[in-house]
Design a protein around this ligand. Structure first.
Ligand code: PAF
Length: 284
């Protein structure tokens, strides 16, 4: 039975007991509204560690005032049931006051990587993510922490922060989980109407199409990206934040194929902002 903990003292007690027994620990940080993508993270964590902590914390600092914090789906009972079904040892569900005591004022920034891609359009987002993840790492001191490749920029930022600050966990990356039609599984897919849901997989199809044009047809990268943006708009996406090819380590844009190149896209379909990414070379 999963143990649900919402206090720091309860968490500390549990961690001390596990450490005393020499158990390795994996942390799976989430915002809640768990789905198959999270299930894959839970299973990857099981392959690594003796004990798994899944944190559920709808982190307010990673949402700007005009964003969807108030509407973000909140399904705690369903989440606890899923964690239990997956055999998670502890669900850590802290309150905002627990994560951010009244005098809390630290913020972690990593401008070089966070000013690109999503960070250009959501400047407040990554400082909020990094700060809460660093705090979760310090509170739990896990041996492993598991993140999805769907949020590839987030994953790279967390890797860099963990290495720069010598934080405890080894970062485990889990490939994006997709619906049968290719749409990346995401809590925000719930915002899509039935009509938009039929259009949404075009984001992934378009990334594949760009990849084929660049690799097989030797198309010019800039032309392939610009044609793809037009095609997305023709399919019904209302605006595109970015559609670009980057070096996946530095996240800097590139205009020629290279081994670690990755396609990144973020586009709006109605109210839903969908993001996706694809390695340019399949075996990379
Ligand atoms: O990817 C998420 O769900 C969140 O950004 C995270 C890593 C749990 C931090 O709040």
């Amino acid at each position: 039975m999963t143990n649900v903990i919402d206090t720091l003292s309860g968490l500390t007690r549990q961690l001390e007991e596990w450490r005393h027994q020499h158990h390795s620990i994996a942390l799976i940080p989430t915002l809640g509204c768990l789905h198959d993508g999270h299930r894959a993270l839970m299973r990857a964590a099981q392959d690594k560690a003796d004990k798994r902590i899944l944190s559920i914390f709808l982190n307010p600092t990673q949402f700007a005032p005009q964003e969807d914090l108030a509407n973000y789906p909140h399904t705690p009972d369903k989440d606890k049931a899923l964690a239990d079904k997956e055999g998670i040892d502890v669900v850590f569900m802290p309150s905002v006051a627990t994560m951010y005591p009244p005098d809390f004022c630290t913020q972690i920034t990593l401008p070089e990587l966070s000013n690109r891609l999503c960070g250009q359009h959501r400047p407040h987002h990554f400082p909020g993510v990094l700060t809460v993840v660093a705090r979760l790492f310090q509170l739990t001191r896990p041996d492993y922490a598991v993140f999805g490749e769907k949020d590839f920029q987030q994953l790279q930022l967390i890797r860099r922060m963990t290495s720069d600050l010598a934080l405890s966990p080894t970062i485990v990356a889990v490939p994006t989980v997709r619906e049968a039609d290719g749409l990346a599984v995401s809590s925000r897919n719930l915002y899509l109407s039935a009509h938009q849901r039929r259009i949404a997989p075009h984001l992934y199809t378009t990334l594949h199409h760009i990849r084929n044009r660049i690799i097989n047809d030797k198309a010019n990268v800039t032309d392939a990206l610009s044609d793809a943006q037009k095609s997305l708009q023709q399919h019904g996406f209302n605006s595109i934040d970015y559609m670009t090819l980057c070096d996946e380590t530095t996240l800097a844009p590139i205009d020629k194929p290279q081994t670690n190149a990755r396609l990144f896209a973020a586009a709006y379909l109605g109210q839903a902002r969908l993001i996706d990414n694809l390695a340019l070379y399949e075996d990379h």
